[in-house]
Design a protein around this ligand. Structure first.
Ligand code: HEC
Length: 213
């Protein structure tokens, strides 16, 4: 009889102990946890950008083998990627949409144009976008000026791809095919306005057609 009281007391005591110990879960400990099987969790290695005495140049990271090209970065088609032929001259055709862009390609070009170009170049490319009206120091040229009309498709592509003077590049934001579709759309804008007023000079064309939207 007495024994069974002791057993009960011990069980109670142990249960309270377990309860108390379990309360300490998720409490911050200063010491690192005991790691019985380290597997590969803890290993001597060099982290990126750290120095190392092991290599002669003191850098932990190794240079890639010469001529290494990152996957997807092989830009072997200079017309498509740079808008230039193999002699380095700008091409005057559109390798993505061809001479007669499909309505779908033009619609895509228009949509991308409205997102990425209108802030500075204006709704139809007159060079009077909202950013310019709020004080961007350089006004872009009108897409209907003789100068821009005379540009090759490849040059307009390269302006989007690499930027020009005071215009930043848009290659990081706009995927390759979309850049060419924007070029097709700009050409289409120019063609349509040219038809409207084929005998007028640039200044008159601009006066006549700006703010018509
Ligand atoms: C942040 C404002 C800004 C945006 C956005 C912008 N441009 Fe421009 N763009 C400029 C400025 C400013 C110039 C004039 C650069 C200079 O002459 O210094 C320019 C010039 C140009 C030119 C003429 C280049 C030359 O050699 O004269 C073309 C073509 C052009 N932009 C096309 C585009 C297209 C297409 C887009 C959309 C993908 C675009 N731009 C987006 C500001 C912008």
């Amino acid at each position: 009889m007495k024994n069974s009281i002791y057993i009960k007391l011990t069980i109670n005591f142990l249960s309270i102990l377990v309860l108390l110990i379990s309360c300490t879960r998720e409490q911050p400990f200063k010491k690192p946890p005991i790691h019985l099987n380290t597997n590969m969790d803890i290993q001597g290695k060099l982290k990126t950008q750290t120095s190392s005495n092991f290599f002669a140049n003191g850098a932990g990271m190794r240079m890639p083998v010469e001529h290494t090209i990152a996957r997807g970065d092989l830009k072997d088609d200079s017309q498509l990627y740079f808008g230039k032929d193999k002699d380095g001259n700008f091409i005057d055709f559109n390798p993505v949409t061809s001479a007669n862009p499909s309505p779908k390609d033009l619609a895509r070009g228009q949509e991308r144009f409205k997102i990425y170009c209108t802030p500075c170049h204006g709704q139809v490319g007159d060079g009077d976008g909202i950013v310019i009206s709020r004080g961007y120091p350089i006004k872009p040229p009108s897409f209907y000026s003789q100068k821009v009309r005379a540009f090759e498709d490849g040059y307009i592509y390269s302006v989007i791809n690499e930027g020009v003077r005071n215009m930043p590049p848009y290659a990081p934001q706009i995927p390759l095919n979309d850049r060419w579709k924007i070029v097709a759309y700009v050409r289409n804008l120019q063609k349509n306005r040219q038809n409207l007023s084929s005998n007028l000079n640039d200044e008159l064309i601009n006066q006549q057609t700006t703010k018509s939207y």
